[in-house]
Ligand binder design. Structure first.
Ligand code: AHM
Ligand code: MG
Length: 330
């Protein structure tokens, strides 16, 4: 028996029509989808083509660039650039803000085209994450970098597993699955489960000794109760939390035996990693805070590649963490 599922584009067309919106966002989303499918293809065939290795350069974060990082960045830049709808882009792979359509562009896009690099040589899951904000259409655009609460949408593809999750401001968080003809289909509304039975914790356990004392104590207490899973790629780890509930955390590194390796601001990048998953989480009924217990979505970026600590997931756990972090500072 043939089954025809609703496609992502049907879903979005209907959403835009119902809310009396312009077609511009559809055009941008179409370009993002085209990019994701291309990346999916290159990643699936990367081992055969020998493109899962190093590119021989370092990026803005001082990390070694993989060939896949470059390919994925070029693909996203090409598609979103040619949509004509983007004024400026920020990419994890590029130091400077990327100017696109300065006159006619309506949106800013902040993206990480290949997140979870340590999984790349193994062909294991990685993410393509993006957040979208709108330029000021009513007056001169000041080009400031937007805080997460100003995003109008944020999403992530888990590659190559074929899932796509997108949150639209005040319209919820939705998950889609890739079908046999590369359409993302079957919208499913994501709402974090209230029942703690399925909740999980997700963090790099090798780092736990380096976290602040109250966080370590909290983990020791909570892990008696909840399961633990860690893939090492934010999109995949957050994907599970969104389904099962619980908490993903990448705290500040403050007690490293080699103080030069401390990361008091955390590791993850605010604009295209932390704010993206936090936006999705909030639309699914959860919340997210930084190392000061402040909402991630309220942080106004000072620079495009700013880092932040991240605690994201089920509201009761994020609230506990937030009050612990605030108490530790008072
Ligand atoms: P990347 O952008 O270099 O891939 O780093 C970001 C990734 C996230 O996907 C993941 O949550 C985190 O780094 C894992 O870091 P670690 O290897 O320290 O556990
Ligand atoms: Mg990344």
């Amino acid at each position: 028996m043939l089954r025809f599922e609703e496609t992502f584009m049907d879903f979005l067309l209907e959403h835009q029509e119902r809310h009396n919106r312009t077609y511009h966002f559809l055009i941008l989303m179409n370009s993002i989808l085209n990019a994701a499918k291309r990346i999916q293809h290159y990643y699936l065939t990367g081992a055969l083509r020998g493109s899962l290795g190093l590119a021989g350069s370092t990026n803005v974060q001082g990390e070694e660039v993989l060939q896949m990082d470059q390919i994925a960045n070029d693909v996203v830049k090409h598609y979103v650039g040619s949509s004509g709808r983007v004024i400026h882009a920020v990419s994890e792979e590029e130091k400077e803000i990327i100017p696109m359509n300065l006159e006619g562009g309506r949106y800013f896009i902040y993206y990480d085209p290949m997140d979870g690099s340590s999984n790349v040589p193994h062909n294991l899951p990685v993410g393509f994450l993006f957040g979208i904000a709108k330029r000021n259409l009513d007056g001169p655009e000041d080009l400031h970098l937007r805080a997460g609460h100003e995003y109008i949408a944020a999403g992530m593809f888990v590659i190559p597993t074929g899932t796509f999750t997108l949150a639209l401001r005040n319209a919820g968080c939705w998950r889609f699955h890739i079908d046999e003809v590369m359409n993302y289909v079957k919208p499913t509304r994501m709402v974090l489960p209230e029942n703690p039975k399925t909740w999980e914790l997700s963090f790099n356990s090798a780092n736990r000794g380096t976290f602040a004392e109250p966080i370590r104590e909290w983990i020791t207490e909570k892990e008696k109760r909840y399961g633990f899973r860690y893939l090492g790629a934010l999109a995949g780890d957050f994907h599970r939390i969104l389904t099962n509930g619980g908490l993903f955390l990448y705290p500040a590194i403050v007690n490293h035996p080699d103080p030069a390796k401390n990361r008091p601001k955390g590791k993850l990048r605010l604009m295209y990693e932390a704010a993206v998953v936090s936006f999705m989480c909030c639309e699914a009924g959860g919340s997210a805070v930084d190392e000061e217990g402040m909402p991630i979505l309220s942080i106004v970026p000072e620079k495009p590649h700013q880092r932040t600590a991240l605690y994201v997931g089920s509201k009761p756990l994020v609230e506990e963490i937030s009050s612990i972090l605030k108490k530790a500072r008072s």
